[in-house]
Design a protein. Structure first.
Length: 181
């Protein structure tokens, strides 16, 4: 099936290549034959983990986010390394950021975070079977771990302390899953 809105790439100009993202500008031919430019961020992808303790508390991390110039609370997450399996990355990130190991972990969904200008795809996993492991944050990562109820998480959304899409998605997932206090 032909995509009626397809934009043919005429040329690509690399602008920046970094640790986390690359930025390119593409000249494209639009469906009506005209041309335009697209500024695109290429990202290797990421994972995030919805993790519950035995007490049905949600594991979250509190971290300063420079682009926002504020501290927010998020589900554990991290960037995929080149060629890394998302499931293995999810297990690694959960333990690195929270100190908990997933004994069983299940894929939930994947979604694009900002498809208007970035190709980042985030894979979401769920576990309610965890055991104590070892925190091992990246050297430039400073965070604290929180264990909170679903109701407390909903209040943090209202206060915009939980203020990112993946974590709001996680809270909605848990609400729909039901059975949490």
């Amino acid at each position: 099936m032909k995509d009626e809105f397809y934009e043919k790439t005429i040329s690509t100009k690399p602008i920046f290549s970094g640790r986390v993202i690359d930025l390119v500008v593409k000249d494209v031919e639009l469906p009506d034959g005209k041309t335009s430019k697209r500024e695109i961020i290429n990202h290797p992808g990421a994972v995030a983990v919805i993790a519950l303790t035995k007490e049905n508390k949600i594991l979250l991390v509190k971290q300063f986010r420079k682009p926002l110039e504020k501290t927010i609370v998020e589900i554990p997450a991290g960037k995929l390394e080149i060629g890394e399996d998302p499931l293995e990355c999810a297990k690694r990130e959960l333990e690195e950021e929270t100190g908990y190991k997933a004994l069983n972990i299940k894929f939930i969904t994947s979604f694009y975070t900002s498809p208007g200008f970035a190709d980042e795809l985030i894979h979401i996993y769920f576990t309610d079977q965890i055991e104590i492991g070892e925190i091992n944050c990246d050297e430039d990562e400073f965070l604290s771990v929180m264990e909170i109820s679903l109701q407390e998480a909903e209040k943090l959304i209202e206060q915009q302390i939980i203020h990112d899409a993946k974590t709001v998605y996680a809270i909605q997932f848990l609400k729909l899953k039901g059975g949490l206090t």
